[in-house]
Structures are given as C-alpha cells and as structure tokens.
Design a protein around this ligand. Structure first.
Ligand code: PMP
Length: 469
C-alpha cells in the first residue's frame, strides 16, 4: 500500500486534468461540466482498492465498471498477456483461420456454461455482443424461412450497450433521445421493479404480472413476428433491479409457448456475480443465447461475445452460407489469453462458490442492516450486487415511502460523500448501488458496510441542513 501511495504521488494531478479537459471526451459525460470540475485521476489498483493521483485510497465498490471480478493487480494475468504478445500479438479469425488461445477459450467457455451451449462467437465488447445477437437471431429465423420474424422485445430501463443496436435494445430514455433511436423492429415492456411498480401485490404476484407484459406485447406485435426476448438476469445499470423469483421462470414459459428465442444478457451477471457462473442458472432459465463481456477477462483486456445455444448454432451451421458479421478483434489472441488466466483464477480460488456460500450471504445479511438507516426505504442484494433506495420518509410498507423530488438529486449528493470518503458507490436516481470485486473478503465487506453507513450519516446531516428531511 505504501508503495502504491508513493507511486501515486509522483503524478501532477492538475497537469493531467488540464490535458484531459483539452483532449479527452469521456463516455456518458457532460463535457462542459467535467471540464469545470476536473476528472479524478486513477493511477493504481490492488485487490479491491484503487489509488488516485493524490495518493487517496478508495474501496472500489463497483469493480471498475462491474468487471474487475478477480480484483486488481493479478500479475498472472499480466504475465499471460505478456507471453501471448511475445508469441503472437494478433491474428484474425476470418478467412478460415484460427488461433490457439481463441480455440482454448471457446472450449473453456463451453465447459463452464450450461449444457445447451457448445459454441461461442467472440466480439470486443458487450455492445458488440448484443449487435451480434440482433443479427444472429434474425439470420436464424431467415434461414428457417420465417423472414418476417425479426422483432426483438426488450425492457424499459434495460442496458444492452451503446452501439446503435445495443442502445436500441436497451431501454434508456436518455440514450433513445439522441441519434434517432431505437431502430425499427425493437419493442420494450416494463421492468420487474417491485419497489417502483409492485404496490398492492406480493413480490411473487408482481413477478408473474411483470412477466405477463411480455405475453401482452407478443400478442400485440403478433407471435409470428417476434424473434426473441432479451433481458439481464438482474438489471445492472438500470439500478440493480433484482426481479422476484417468480419472474424469470414465467418469462421462460412464455418464450417456450410462442417458440421465441430467449437471450440472457450476462455482461454483468456472468462469471460469478450472482454466485453462479451465469445469472441464468440462478434464475432457473435456459437461454438460447447469452451475451458476455466484462468479467470474462475481469476487464484486464477488452473482450466480449455470445454463447450460442444448440438450437441456434445447429441451424446456422447446418444450413450453411456466410454469416456476414464479425470484428477485427473477434477471438483476439491476447484477450483470450487474459480470459483463460482469469477463469483459471476464478476456478482455482473457488471464487464463484465463495460468492454463493460465503460472501454473497454475508453481504445480504450486512446490507439488510442498512435498511434501518433513516434514509433507506428499501435495500436488497443478490450475490455480490446490491442496491438501496434513499427516501425522504420511511414506511413499513415499502410502497408507502415518501420519495425525494428527482430534481433534488439526492443520489448524487450521497455519491459525493461516498467518493469523498473513500468509497465508490454508484447512484442511479436515488438508488445507490454496489458490485464489489468478487474476491472481497468478509472483513472487507464489514469495512465497506461501515463506510457506506458513515456516508449515509453524512448525507442525512447534509439534507437536514438543507431542510429537505
Ligand atoms: N450489457 C450489459 C448488461 C451491460 O451492463 C453492459 C455494460 N455496462 C453492456 C451490455 C455493454 O457492454 P460494453 O460497454 O462492453 O459494450
């Protein structure tokens, strides 16, 4: 830690911020606003911690961006990447060519994924994975002669990426408002958000109701036109929306009833986040396609892709003809080498099992204690993702909580205290969310919960000062 601090202190923060403002346009950012404030400069990571250029240590409650599953500073991944770069830094997988790490990773992914998956299509990111899904499911139906069967149903507030197809499949209003999205052929239904929409129902009843919106939409569009349904097992960027246990099995039943392909976007839930290798396993569903990215390499090198189930793969393979889709970096040997070593770590250290039996249940127990805080109206977790809703007035029944006005931006105020006090927690409206590295220990969970509680206290004092509570 001392070493990290020393290294961090050699950076000239002001100079970096100045260059940053002058030349670097950041993703999902108000450029003008950032230029006025100056970006925080991260310079080093180790385990679940990060250091910024001022030498300040922070607990990374978001695993970078839901991706650093094995934690920072794994030199065996750097070593695997270095070795592969020395031997063969790049070759493509076009023109009937392949490379060894890509083949080995494909086989490994088949081994660790549910039995219906025997093939993989590699991309460079989750967004490209979902673009692949869109084109692949349409190609599947075309090959079977159902050329009208092109509509994909998704959910409001879903996040499926930022490419044109990814953002269209996603249900983010702010993204659709820019650039003429969504593209045609994509429909959205409501999300299974019990806190927001479950009034008057048990969670179980609400799960069935939220799934029934899929059937309504299928009937509205016409079952003969619907190609697929896509959803994240637990919605991440939308605010860690953990569906009632009844939701996904009912979605599966409806997809089966109409013969519709089921796509699980596992970009966040894959590689152990929920205590199973893939979130679908926990939710009890059998998707035809699964998007992955992030945790496949723990973010050390960009890599994504789609696990393609037998139902789809068999048609694509047996019918023949080119699938006119792919990327320069599909099956990138260095990225695949990083993924192989990352998966080895997850397996050898039994990290997924630990999330299921130790750290996940412990987080659930500890996170629930935050629900007693005067600002917290609702708190829930699943494996190592969790979220809590900040409310103006608590109530016994969560649907009776009094919410803050959206314009008050209470979530951002709270996030400011978190960042300022060494804890990275994200705000989605007034819902505060975490997804810590899967290597977090129970002692570190205690440290994290302590930090969150003290920042909630600071937020409460601030809001009291403003007369908002
Ligand atoms: N799907 C989901 C569920 C995601 O959370 C994300 C990224 N947050 C993506 C897709 C897009 O992945 P990428 O940013 O790698 O394109």
């Amino acid at each position: 830690a001392n070493e990290a601090k020393q290294a961090a202190q050699t950076f000239d923060t002001k100079a970096i911020q100045k260059l940053d403002s002058a030349h670097y346009l950041h993703p999902f950012t108000d450029f003008k606003d950032l230029n006025e404030k100056g970006a925080r400069v991260m310079v080093k990571g180790d385990g679940i911690y990060l250091w910024d250029s001022e030498g300040k240590k922070v607990l990374d409650g978001m695993s970078g961006l839901w991706c650093v599953n094995v934690g920072y500073g794994r030199s065996s991944i750097s070593e695997a990447v270095y070795q592969q770069m020395e031997v063969l830094p790049f070759y493509n997988s076009f023109f009937n060519t392949t490379n060894v790490p890509a083949v080995q990773l494909a086989a490994k992914l088949v081994e660790i994924s549910p039995p219906q998956f025997n093939h993989v299509f590699f991309t460079g990111s989750g967004s490209e994975g979902n673009d692949t899904n869109l084109r692949m499911v349409r190609r599947y139906w075309d090959l079977l002669g159902y050329t009208d069967r092109h509509v994909i149903i998704s959910r409001h507030n879903a996040y499926h990426g930022s490419t044109v197809a990814g953002a269209s499949l996603g249900g983010m209003g702010g993204m659709h408002a820019q650039g003429g999205l969504p593209i045609p052929g994509i429909e959205h239904i409501g999300q299974p958000n019990y806190f927001e929409a479950g009034r008057g129902k048990t969670e179980a009843e609400f799960g069935i109701e939220a799934a029934s919106w899929l059937e309504q939409k299928i009937l509205e569009v016409g079952p003969e036109k619907v190609a697929a349904f896509i959803g994240e097992p637990v919605q991440g960027a939308g605010g860690v929306i953990i569906p009632p246990a009844t939701y996904w099995p009912e979605i599966q039943r409806i997809c089966d009833k109409y013969g519709i392909l089921l796509i699980a976007d596992e970009v966040i839930c894959g590689f152990g986040r929920l205590g199973t290798w893939f979130g679908s396993e926990l939710m009890g569903i059998k998707p035809d396609l699964m998007t992955f990215a992030k945790g496949v390499t723990s973010g050390y090198i960009p890599l994504g892709g789609v696990m393609v189930g037998d139902r789809v793969a068999n048609v694509l393979i047996e019918k023949g003809g080119d699938f006119n889709h792919g990327f320069t970096y599909s099956g990138h040997p260095v990225a695949c080498a990083a993924a192989l070593e990352n998966i080895r770590i997850l397996q050898d250290e039994k990290i997924v099992e630990k999330v299921a039996t130790e750290t996940g249940p412990y987080l659930k127990q500890q996170f629930a204690t935050l629900a007693t805080h005067p600002l917290v109206g609702f708190a829930d977790s699943c494996g190592l993702v969790a979220g809590l809703n900040l409310v103006k007035e608590k109530a016994e029944l969560v649907h009776n909580c009094v919410l803050f006005d959206a314009e008050q931006n209470v979530g951002m105020i709270c996030r400011g205290y978190m960042f300022g006090n060494g804890m990275i927690m994200r705000a989605v409206g007034d819902r505060m969310i975490i997804a810590p590295p899967l290597c977090i220990s129970v002692q570190q969970i205690d440290e994290m919960i302590g930090l969150i509680r003290s920042c909630l206290d600071k937020t409460l004092a601030d809001l009291q000062g403003r007369g908002w509570v």
